[in-house]
Design a protein around this ligand. Structure first.
Ligand SMILES: CC(C)(COP(=O)(O)OP(=O)(O)OC[C@H]1O[C@@H](n2cnc3c(N)ncnc32)[C@H](O)[C@@H]1OP(=O)(O)O)[C@@H](O)C(=O)NCCC(=O)NCCS
Length: 162
């Protein structure tokens, strides 16, 4: 099955929102959420988006550099928002934005921003074409172009590391 035959799907169809309440088991001795816990939520939120878009199992192939901007503490809330930014042949890029929230004051702050690459997998576990991202606005068109640029850097970096 070639990607040419797959109908494009809009970004809106696969957008995913997650909300997590930070409990003591999510936190380190300082009471801040573990970086690894945030990464697990990011991967989950992005995976739901990728699989919603593809309609098939998709595996995480690559996570771009991560910078934790601000901590989130026990008793606060973590919001995750994921959207598809670009599709390629069998792979796609998902952007996840993470914010913290203090429920008492309703203050929100940036926590993390990440790009993850997923590969769509068929029933035999082989990469298979993904439906293209529907280009239905100048914003999505720019997103697809920027995704292609990031992909080129990513694959170059990976090739150097091999
Ligand atoms: C991801 C994986 C399926 C790619 O397999 P592969 O044999 O390298 O496949 P291919 O060379 O045919 O590449 C398939 C696609 O993956 C992309 N890809 C492969 N490695 C990549 C990487 N490190 N970063 C970004 N994209 C990558 C390729 O660019 C290609 O995309 P395209 O078709 O859109 O151009 C394989 O490496 C794998 O199974 N990795 C483990 C995944 C995993 O266990 N994740 C965690 C649990 S979900």
């Amino acid at each position: 099955m070639e990607s040419m035959t797959l109908a494009p799907r809009s970004r809106k169809e696969s957008m995913t929102e997650m909300t997590e309440y930070v409990l003591p088991q999510h936190a380190n001795a300082l009471g801040n959420v573990f970086g690894g816990q945030i990464m697990a939520w990011v991967d989950l939120c992005a995976a739901i988006t990728a699989q919603r878009h593809a309609g098939l199992m998709s595996v995480t192939a690559f996570v771009d550099d991560l910078m934790f901007e601000n901590p989130v503490k026990v008793g606060e809330v973590v919001h995750l928002s994921a959207q598809l930014t670009a599709t390629f042949r069998t792979s796609m890029e998902v952007e996840v934005t993470v914010t913290g929230e203090d429920l008492r004051t309703r203050r929100r702050w940036p926590c993390l921003h990440a790009y993850l690459s997923f590969v769509c997998i068929d029933e035999e576990g082989k990469p298979t074409p993904v439906p293209p991202l529907l280009i239905d606005s100048p914003e999505v068109e720019a997103s697809q172009a920027l995704g292609l640029e990031r992909r080129a850097h990513r694959l170059l970096k990976n090739a150097r590391q091999k």
